[in-house]
Design a binder for this molecule. Structure first.
Ligand code: HEC
Length: 138
């Protein structure tokens, strides 16, 4: 009887192990996402810039309700600044603008920008920083 119990115990142990193995193999089969290519970022960034309503205030090359994307890109390049950091609220605005303009953009940072993922913000920033090349190619 005791041998039987021990055998049963070993059997149980083994079945647990094999279940674990299956779980591990499922985990490993999930492919890791690599970073988006430059072209995909530009494509996605361009789309998000319209979809997320940025375009309702920021025109590409002329001041509309806010500084143009070209203007922002120039200042960010000159200062070697990070658009993603600004959009996440981690760095202060660097354009020469009025306090009320800053307040308008700050509302976006405190509001709907919180619902945009890091990957999407990164794509938007990549698009904004290369918008001059895209305009040239039009
Ligand atoms: C309701 C109008 C409005 C919308 C919508 C808007 N912006 Fe702005 N944005 C502004 C204004 C006004 C400024 C100028 C104030 C400032 O520079 O902080 C500005 C400034 C900026 C700046 C420069 C900040 C600096 O360093 O001075 C960036 C970058 C920017 N916006 C990105 C975006 C992106 C990306 C979106 C969409 C996700 C967006 N904005 C949507 C009005 C808007």
């Amino acid at each position: 009887m005791r041998i039987f119990t021990i055998l049963l115990f070993i059997l149980l142990l083994n079945s647990c192990k094999s279940e674990k193995k299956i779980e591990e193999s499922i985990d490993n089969s999930v492919p890791e996402r690599t970073e988006l290519s430059y072209d995909s970022k530009i494509f996605l960034g361009n789309r998000l810039f319209s979809e997320k309503t940025c375009v309702t205030c920021h025109d590409i090359d002329t001041y509309f309700k806010a500084p143009s994307v070209i203007e922002i890109m120039k200042v960010y390049k000159e200062n070697n600044a990070d658009i993603v950091a600004f959009l996440k609220g981690n760095s202060k605005p660097i354009l020469d603008v009025t306090a009320s303009e800053i307040a308008i953009m700050q509302d976006n940072i405190d509001g709907f920008l919180k619902n945009i993922t890091d990957e999407e913000l990164n794509a938007i920033a990549t698009y904004m920083m290369h918008v001059d090349e895209l305009v040239k190619n039009r």
